[in-house]
Structure formats: structure tokens, C-alpha cells
Design a protein around this ligand. Structure first.
Ligand SMILES: NC(=O)c1ccc[n+]([C@@H]2O[C@H](COP(=O)([O-])OP(=O)(O)OC[C@H]3O[C@@H](n4cnc5c(N)ncnc54)[C@H](O)[C@@H]3O)[C@@H](O)[C@H]2O)c1
Length: 394
């Protein structure tokens, strides 16, 4: 038999365990919501209580409204915010909400609001999350948890510990059908330890993608690692302990010397991580590769492997690996139908007073290794140790 993995996932998808029936049969990428599939059982809301939420950020990706807070049966969207008036108005309309604030800083002062979704620009995530938690609000932050700064990541961790508020990073790969299925199989022991895993985020752009104050111009690829690293951390709950990363110097203008504020010369970064299980994980983030787009990953263990949602291996009696149905009328949303699941997880964690799937420890474990990987790429692939942030045993 395989050794018991060092970090077994502590989170249980409680939601799926009791009132929720799991869908039988295989999964397809972008599996649909419960109401769209008559074979799936409908989920009954865990409670009648409505969590009072403030939604912030309606930028280039229109993210504030994209996660379905306004459609969740246990949510009242109390107010919204964006610094730019037209965007603020657009977010009010999209969230069917008649109250708005001129900034997140004003919104967090509203005593009625219990939780904030910060879909703001990446460099502001730590500042906005800490501000909200200091005002007694739970936070769901868009990725990454911290943008290029390990120090800020540690400040985020301290704020979570000090305030006791719930923090969750909305990493979309974690609720893609394949990653969800891999996590289920891992938790059931179907892989044993993972010997090797891979994740990729391919996003070619020859011209910068629009962003608030241009934060996306020339961004080091591994500062945006979580769509890839979720395919190990979000499957096993394990950790990356060291990294060697190779950077590729592409021809795109924003990555030439002096062309970006990060002094970043790399369009693409391919990192090889050592894992806490003694295995290896190859995680790529690329802005300069054409022909292939999107996020994906694969895992290979002592007892079995998974590419997509299909398990191949020797383990028997594995659980159903389909995602459970969402509450009625809750859309799955974008990025492999992950948005609705992330919102549901965050809200349910508040209702059930438990830690959410991607809490601050998992968020830092997915984000900080990429920051170190970029440092390694700047040193021509030198192997560097990765700081570890372990959840206190309760
Ligand atoms: N798959 C994914 O998980 C995924 C995909 C796309 C974007 N994202 C993340 O979502 C976030 C939003 O992306 P985007 O492209 O819309 O960003 P963006 O930079 O285009 O927009 C950010 C918005 O935040 C607003 N904002 C900034 N500070 C504010 C404040 N103090 N108060 C109120 N509003 C404020 C800005 O006015 C702007 O409209 C980013 O962090 C990005 O990394 C994640």
C-alpha cells in the first residue's frame, strides 16, 4: 500500500455529504448546473439566512458580477463599488442592487455588510482584503492572493489570524470539473502519493490586456501562477518546497528591457517544483505561446493517474467525482463552470462557520511559490527554497 499522504485535505465538501446527491456518470469540461440537468438532484439551500455581501470591482473582466452573488439564494447584495462611475453603474445594474459606494474603502464602513467580494486589480488584493477584514468583513478575493510580494502575503496571513474573519481566494481551476474530480480521487486514496503533476496557463497576448493602471503590462508570468499550481495544491493539499524555473525571453514589446515596471524580461516561465510528497510538479504560465489557450492540468500517482476527468489506475470503489449541484437558479458561470461553485463554497463556509476550500493557507501555497519561481528564473534556474505557511493544528 501507499504511504498516507503528508497533507490530507482537511476540508470536506460538507455540502455534498448530506442533503446533496452526487451526479452519477462521467464529467465533461464545463459540466452544467443542476437545474440544467434533470438527472441531477436539486440542492436545497443549507439555510434560510442571507449573508449580506458587498461586491467590488467591475473592470476589464467584469468580474464583480460574474460569480453569481446576486443569484445565490443565501445572499443579499447590499451594495457594490467601483472607482469608475460608469463601471459602478454597470455593476449596480448587473447585481440588481440600488446602493453603491465610490470606493471599497467607503463600502467596508457599511455596518450592514458582512462579507466582501474583492474583484479589484491584482496589486490591490492584499490591501483591500486586509481593509475589509479589519472592518469585520469576511473576504473572497480574486486571484492572486498577493501580487509579487511575499511580505504582503505574510501581512495577509497575519490579518486573517488577527481578525478571525474568513478569507478565500477564488481560484477558478479548483472547481473546474477535472480538478474537482482529481481532488475527490486523491482524498479517497486513489492516487497514493502524487509522483508527478502538471499545470499550465496559456494566455497569449501580443498587446497588453486592459487593466486598472496597467498592472498587466509586462507582468512576470509566475506572479500569476494559481491557475496552474491549483493542479497540485488544489488536488492534494500538499506543498511546494523548492523550485527551479526557466524564463523565456520572447519578442513581445511589453517584455523588452525598460518596457515594464516590473523589470521583467520573460514572456513565459516554466517552473519545476519539488513537492512535500517527495514528487515533482511542472507548472507553466505563458504569455508568448500561440495556438493553445487556457488552463489545464494532469496528475500522476503511485496507484493511478488522471488526465481530464478519467481515472486510470488500480484503486477500486472510488467515489462519484462529479461536482454536486448548485442551489436552484445559481449559474455555474465561467472558467469551466467554476464561478458559481466558488461563490457557493464561500457563502456556505460562512453559514456553516468552517474554513473555505481555498483559505489563506491554501491561497499562499498556490501563490507564493510562483513569486519564488520568478526569482529563480531571474537567476537562470537556480534552485530556491519556498517559505511554508502551515495551518495551526486545531
Ligand atoms: N480565472 C480567474 O480567476 C480570473 C480571470 C480574470 C481576472 N481575474 C482577476 O480578477 C480581478 C479583476 O480583473 P479585471 O481584469 O476586471 O481587473 P481590472 O484591473 O481591469 O479592474 C479592476 C477594477 O477594480 C476597480 N477598483 C480598484 N480599486 C478600487 C477601490 N479601492 N474601490 C473600488 N473599486 C476599485 C477599478 O476601478 C477597476 O475597474 C483581477 O485581480 C484578476 O487577477 C481572475
Amino acid at each position: 500500500m501507499f504511504e498516507k499522504p503528508i497533507y490530507r485535505r482537511a476540508f470536506l465538501e460538507k455540502l455534498g455529504a448530506g442533503s446533496v446527491g452526487l451526479m452519477a456518470g462521467g464529467l465533461a469540461q464545463g459540466a452544467v448546473a443542476a437545474e440544467a440537468n434533470p438527472k441531477e438532484k436539486k440542492q436545497t439551500p443549507a439555510s434560510n439566512r442571507k449573508v449580506r455581501v458587498g461586491v467590488v470591482g467591475y473592470g476589464a473582466c467584469r468580474f464583480g458580477a460574474a460569480f453569481g452573488f446576486q443569484d445565490h439564494p443565501n445572499v443579499e447584495v447590499v451594495a457594490v463599488s467601483d472607482l469608475i462611475p460608469e463601471r459602478r453603474a454597470g455593476l449596480m445594474k448587473a447585481c440588481r442592487c440600488d446602493k453603491s459606494y465610490e470606493s471599497l474603502e467607503l463600502l467596508v464602513k457599511d455596518p450592514k455588510i458582512e462579507a466582501v467580494f474583492a474583484a479589484t486589480d491584482a496589486p490591490a488584493h492584499v490591501r483591500h482584503s486586509i481593509d475589509a477584514m479589519k472592518h469585520g468583513k469576511h473576504v473572497m478575493s480574486a486571484v492572486p492572493a498577493t501580487f509579487g510580494s511575499i511580505e504582503e502575503g505574510e501581512q495577509l496571513l497575519e490579518a486573517v489570524k488577527k481578525t478571525g474573519m474568513k478569507y478565500m481566494m477564488a481560484e477558478t481551476s479548483c472547481y473546474r470539473p477535472d480538478c474537482y474530480a482529481m481532488r475527490k480521487v486523491y482524498d479517497a486514496g486513489g492516487f497514493g502519493n502524487l509522483v508527478y503533476s502538471e499545470g499550465e496557463y496559456f494566455h497569449y497576448h501580443s498587446k497588453p490586456i486592459p487593466s486598472y493602471k496597467g498592472w498587466r503590462i509586462g507582468v512576470p508570468p509566475q506572479w500569476y501562477p494559481t491557475h496552474s499550481t491549483a493542479y497540485y495544491i488544489g488536488v492534494s493539499g500538499g506543498r511546494f518546497t523548492s523550485v527551479s524555473c526557466v524564463g523565456f525571453r520572447g519578442k513581445i514589446a511589453a517584455f523588452q528591457p525598460g518596457a515594464n515596471k516590473y523589470d521583467n524580461p520573460f514572456t513565459d516561465e516554466i517552473a519545476l517544483f519539488r513537492t512535500s510528497e517527495g514528487g515533482a510538479s511542472r507548472m507553466a504560465v505563458t504569455w508568448g505561446i500561440q495556438g493553445h489557450h487556457g488552463e489545464q492540468g494532469r496528475v500522476f500517482g503511485q496507484l493511478g493517474s488522471m488526465i481530464g476527468t478519467k481515472y486510470q489506475g488500480t484503486a477500486k470503489n472510488l467515489p462519484d467525482v462529479a461536482r454536486p449541484p448548485l442551489p436552484p437558479k445559481m449559474p455555474t458561470g465561467g472558467h469551466g463552470g467554476s464561478h458559481g461553485y466558488l461563490t457557493n463554497e464561500f457563502i456556505t463556509a460562512i453559514l456553516e462557520d468552517r474554513r473555505p476550500l481555498v483559505d489563506v493557507y491554501e491561497a499562499l501555497a498556490m501563490t507564493v511559490p510562483g513569486i519564488v519561481a520568478h526569482q529563480s528564473a531571474l537567476k537562470d534556474g537556480e534552485t530556491l527554497k519556498i517559505p511554508q505557511y502551515e495551518r495551526p493544528k486545531t
